[in-house]
Design a protein around this ligand. Sequence first.
Ligand code: GMT
Length: 397
Amino acid sequence: MKIGIVCYPTYGGSGVVATELGRFLALRGHEVHFISSSIPFRLVHEPIDGIVFHEVQTLEYPVLQGDLYGIALASKIVQVVQDFGLDVVHVHYAVPHAISAFMARAVLGRQEHPFKVVTTLHGTDITLVGRAPSFFPIVRYAIDRSDAVTAVSDWLRMETIRAFDVKRPIDVIPNFVDEKKFRRGLKPCKRGVYAPRGEKILLHISNFRPVKRVVDVVEIFARVRRETPAVLLMVGDGPDRDAARNRACQLGVLDGVHFLGKQEAIEFFMSCADLFLFPSEYESFGLAALEAMACEVPVVASRAGGLPEVIDHGRTGFLAPMGHVEEMAALALHVLKDDRLRAEIGRAARASVEQHFLPERIIPQYEDLYARVLRESAPVRADDGNREMSYLYADGI
Ligand code: GMT
């Protein structure tokens, strides 16, 4: 198949999932076209046969409000479809990516090669509307008009149905992890650098947005450190970095916290950590938790969003109510003080990854979905471009 993948290229779970999906699809013989504002970061070091990258060049102009990314993306999709005849455009995020794909389809309506639009929801589409209700019609339109919609967890599927009163089916296809890349004991090991006196290594990786509750990470660490020698590695950056740093200072534990900023090769930190802290307000899935599990690292996370679909409390990791830092610290200490338990949970976590979340299990689900939309949907007729436009207008968009 010829598959276009539209994603945000930067650090973050959706970009990682989209890039890894494209990489595995190419390895399985598909022709993959990434369409994005810059080359997705996990592709930078690894040219792969069967993958072409198409850069969306956007424009900011004082008279035209905002940037024109969504429109530039639509134009780029038109070009790529004209030049390569894509079968499917798989967009990660309903807004603006699905809308751009529909615009491209409207433009191409009278031409030879129609394409199907598959939309994967990662969560922010839904929460965006919580914060900015004016986006409601456009997100619902994107969901309704896609040829197929997937959500990365059942929780997200249910949230989407609830928030948008969706009547169409939404397929749940969970995220996955490359278990060859994320595994225990990678060299070089970072343990000697950050824990030279045998301290336990606690790890957090995120974009430090409020939803990640990085201050809670520091609160948990401070409680752990009162009882056992430990260091905390904080990987990533974002708006709440300073709040976390200041709280560490107030609690007198700043000397044990290493703020490492954005890192590409996070597997080297994960593979030698003793515990991963993930006290988010919610996660539609929690890819970082899955990556830690693949590295046999027990995770202490919030019982929120899709996290209970990834972590089986007490068996493959630990869950506590969101914001309950005392309980999370107690769980962390429980597993940090018992080497045997930690190894047992780590092994069970890895086994769960191998059973449920490997690429070889998940990629065929996407392939089946693409085949289904190509089979099921009626062929696009010459007037479909107009029809697409009339839907846009009818919805007041
Ligand atoms: O919040 C993030 O970490 C970024 C965001 C993204 O777009 O990359 O992550 C969302 O999608 C990931 C991939 O499906 C999920 O693993 C994350 O749980 C989800 N983030 C939230 O739901 C807050």
